[in-house]
Design a protein around this ligand. Structure first.
Ligand code: AMP
Ligand code: ZN
Ligand code: FE
Ligand code: FE
Length: 273
């Protein structure tokens, strides 16, 4: 049973349409796939339609941009009510924050002698709910400034790099509450990737469990084997669900192929019944 619970379509910063995502998931031999675009459920409808015409089981999800003690943390939410007003309002704030920082990002790039405008970025995000850094990266690739998205982040767009601009993110505890109140389940996405390892300690994860956290994405390419062992232990001790997933972004992220990490059937059952 091949289960992949974290993938992106072009409704956020992946490169496949939801329809192509489902087709590629089938071709990769997945039996269950979750669509988890950043801060948006816009891809659900098309993915559902595509999945109905195939044998694959679709899990409807989202990856919410949150903040925990000043650090960026991503929260996966599954099978919640997408019309829930308080949740939609919060997601709207995150999407607005992503769009509204774009002028400042472009200003920083101009200061470095790189001239791209909002329309260049818009062309790379026509299907997306908001314009994010990966779309800026695509414009930089098109201009020939960098070879790929990774190089764009490495040189310009990561925190600490010259074109990085902060944006609004939801409070982590609040986001868990919003997804739970909307009838969904919550899983910490790649909790020990980049800067978040420092804040997501065992005791902090225990506190999140008290406010309704359901699981931890242990198996993810951002985690080495030591991280995975540490997170697996915390997951067991706290009685959380252990998931694994690809974080597929189509051609936008190299080495994150569909099914490269997977979730077991019994863990999926614990999470979603
Ligand atoms: P944004 O939400 O606009 O701040 O963009 C964040 C998205 O950019 C993340 O969800 C990832 O898909 C991607 N990303 C963030 N950091 C990196 C990085 N260092 N290298 C490549 N992609 C990244
Ligand atoms: Zn992404
Ligand atoms: Fe993420
Ligand atoms: Fe992701």
């Amino acid at each position: 049973m091949t289960i992949d619970l974290h993938t992106h379509s072009n409704r956020s910063d992946g490169t496949d349409s939801p329809l192509e995502l489902i087709a590629n998931a089938v071709a990769a031999g997945l039996e269950v796939v979750a669509i988890t675009d950043h801060d948006s459920t816009e891809g659900w409808r098309e993915a559902e339609k595509a999945a109905r015409h195939s044998d694959i089981q679709l899990v409807k999800g989202i990856e919410i941009s949150t903040r925990c003690d000043g650090r960026s943390v991503h929260l996966l939410g599954y099978e919640f009510d997408p019309t829930n007003r308080p949740l939609l309002d919060e997601l709207g704030k995150v999407l607005d924050g992503r769009n509204s920082r774009l002028p400042a990002t472009l200003e920083r790039l101009r200061g470095l002698g790189i001239d791209i405008d909002a329309n260049d970025v818009r062309r790379h995000s026509v299907n997306a709910a908001a314009m994010g850094r990966p779309h800026v990266a695509d414009a930089l690739v098109e201009l020939g400034v960098v070879a790929n998205r990774d190089e764009a982040f490495e040189r310009y767009l990561m925190p600490g790099k010259p074109a990085y601009v902060d944006r609004y993110a939801a409070d982590l505890e609040q986001a868990i509450g919003l997804v739970k109140d909307a009838g969904g389940k919550t899983v910490l996405a790649h909790p020990w990737s980049r800067g978040s390892k420092r804040v997501l300690t065992r005791s902090r994860i225990a506190a999140l469990t008290d406010v309704g956290l359901d699981g931890i994405e242990v198996d993810h390419n951002d985690h080495d084997s030591e991280d995975r062992a540490g997170l697996a232990q915390i997951t067991r001790e706290l009685g959380l669900v252990r998931t694994g997933s690809s974080d597929y972004h189509g051609t936008g992220k190299i080495g994150f192929d569909l099914g490269c990490n997977t979730t077991s059937r019994d863990q999926l059952h614990r999470l979603l019944g």
